[in-house]
Design a protein around this ligand. Structure first.
Ligand code: PLP
Length: 359
C-alpha cells in the first residue's frame, strides 16, 4: 500500500518509535520528586526546549497538551470577553460555532474583509491557520498579524499542518498563540502544544494539578512528548523540496488529463495536492484507489468514514459537483518519486476509465 494521507496522519518515524519505547518502560510522572520523577522532568524540559528552539519561541511559551484539537479549543476559549472570528477554511476544531472571515477563490483570507471586521466593534480574537489541511494553501499570517496589532486584536494561528513542512517561526509570524501537533510529521498521535506569548495570561481549559506551570492540568505524557521532540529534530526540508518537485510533475500530468488543481495560484505546502477528477465522485475514487493500493483521502471524512462536502472548497466558491470529485494527495518523509509516478499513472488510468462509466 502506498500511503498518501500524511495530512491526516503521518507514519511514525522509526527513531520516534525507538525514543518512545525506551521511555515507556520507567514510571514517568515529572511531578514526582524521586529519581524517576526527576528523570521524567528532564525529558519533558529537553523536549520543550527542542520544540521551542525549532520555532524560535521561549521554552516557557510551549505548553504541552493532548491534541491539536485541544489546543485549538483552548486558544479560542482562553481569553474571555473577546469576540472570536476565524477564517472560513479553518479545521473544524477552530471553525466550530464561530463567525467566519471570507477567503478568495484560492483560499486566501480576505484582508479587506478582516480589516472591516476589526475596525467595527469590541476587541477581537482572530484565528487564521498557517496552512490548510485540504488544499495546502498558506495564509499571509504576517499581514494578518499587522492588521490585528493595528486594531488591538489578538491572533491565534493553527500551525498543525505547517510544522515539519515549511519553516514555522513563532516570533516572526507575530502571533499571540499557535497550535502545533506531533502526528502530522512523524511524531505520535496525542502529543501537541499551544505556544503562548510569554506575557499573555490564559484561562486554563483543564484544571487540577499544577502541571505546565498551572496552565494545563494533567500528568504529561512523557513518551509521547519526547517522541514529538524527536520528530521535530528529524524535520527534513530537503525532502519537502523534492516532494514539491514530484507533486508539481504529477499535477502537470493531471491537468493535461483534465484534472483541476485547487489553490494553484497561491503559495502552498510542499507535500500536498488537492485535485478534482472530472465527473467522478471522490467516494468512488477513494474506493478504487484503495483497491489499487493507494491510501488517499477526500476533504473531510466524518467519524463514520462517510465523506462530507468540503467547507474549504465551498468557501473558495468551488461548484458543489466539482468539489465532490476532489481528493487530497499528501506525502511526507517516506514518500519516493516512484510513489508519485505510480499514483500519477493510476490517476490517469482511472480518469479515462471511470469517466467513461458516467458518460
Ligand atoms: N488543525 C488542522 C489544520 C488539522 O489538520 C488537524 C488534524 O487534522 C487538527 C488541527 C487537529 O489536530 P489533532 O489531530 O492533533 O487533534
Amino acid at each position: 500500500m502506498i500511503y498518501f494521507d500524511y495530512n491526516a496522519t503521518a507514519p511514525l518515524r522509526p527513531e520516534v518509535q525507538a525514543t518512545m519505547q525506551e521511555l515507556l518502560v520507567a514510571p514517568s510522572n515529572p511531578s514526582s520528586v524521586h529519581r524517576f520523577g526527576r528523570e521524567a522532568k528532564k525529558h519533558l524540559e529537553n523536549a520543550r526546549k527542542t520544540i521551542a528552539d525549532a520555532i524560535s519561541a521561549w521554552p516557557n511559551e510551549v505548553i504541552f497538551c493532548g491534541s491539536g484539537t485541544e489546543a485549538n479549543n483552548w486558544a479560542l476559549r482562553a481569553i474571555p470577553g473577546r469576540r472570536v472570528l476565524v477564517s472560513a477554511v479553518e479545521h473544524s476544531s477552530v471553525l466550530y460555532g464561530n463567525d467566519t472571515i471570507s477567503v478568495d477563490s484560492n483560499g486566501i483570507i480576505d484582508l479587506a474583509a478582516l480589516e472591516k471586521i476589526l475596525a467595527g466593534g469590541s476587541p477581537a480574537l482572530i484565528s487564521v491557520m498557517l496552512a490548510n489541511n485540504e488544499t495546502g494553501v498558506i495564509q499571509p499570517i504576517c499581514e494578518v498579524s499587522e492588521l490585528c496589532k493595528k486594531h488591538d486584536a489578538l491572533l491565534h494561528c493553527d500551525a498543525v499542518q505547517g510544522l515539519g513542512k515549511i519553516p514555522v517561526d513563532f516570533g516572526a509570524l507575530g502571533v499571540d498563540m499557535m497550535t502545533l501537533s506531533a502526528h502530522k510529521s512523524g511524531g505520535p498521535v496525542g502529543a501537541a502544544a499551544l505556544v503562548v506569548r510569554r506575557d499573555l495570561v490564559l484561562k486554563p481549559l483543564l484544571v487540577g494539578g499544577g502541571q505546565e506551570l498551572g496552565r494545563r492540568a494533567g500528568t504529561e505524557n512523557i513518551a509521547a512528548i519526547a517522541g514529538f521532540a524527536k520528530a521535530v529534530e528529524l524535520i527534513d526540508f530537503e525532502q519537502m523540496r523534492r516532494l514539491r518537485g514530484w507533486l508539481d510533475a504529477m499535477e502537470l500530468q493531471m491537468e493535461k488529463a483534465g484534472g483541476t488543481i485547487f489553490g494553484k495560484a497561491a503559495q502552498r505546502l510542499p507535500n500536498a495536492t488537492c485535485v478534482a477528477m472530472p465527473s467522478v465522485s471522490n467516494e468512488v475514487q477513494l474506493m478504487d484507489f484503495d483497491l489499487k493500493g493507494f491510501a488517499v483521502s477526500a476533504g473531510s471524512a466524518c467519524s463514520s468514514g462517510r465523506i462530507e462536502g468540503s467547507h474549504v472548497l465551498g468557501a473558495m466558491g468551488v461548484a458543489k459537483n466539482l468539489a465532490a470529485s476532489a481528493i487530497r494527495v499528501s506525502g511526507g518523509w517516506k514518500t519516493t518519486q516512484e510513489d508519485t509516478i505510480s499514483f500519477t499513472n493510476a490517476w490517469k488510468t482511472n480518469c479515462a476509465r471511470l469517466a467513461k462509466t458516467v458518460e
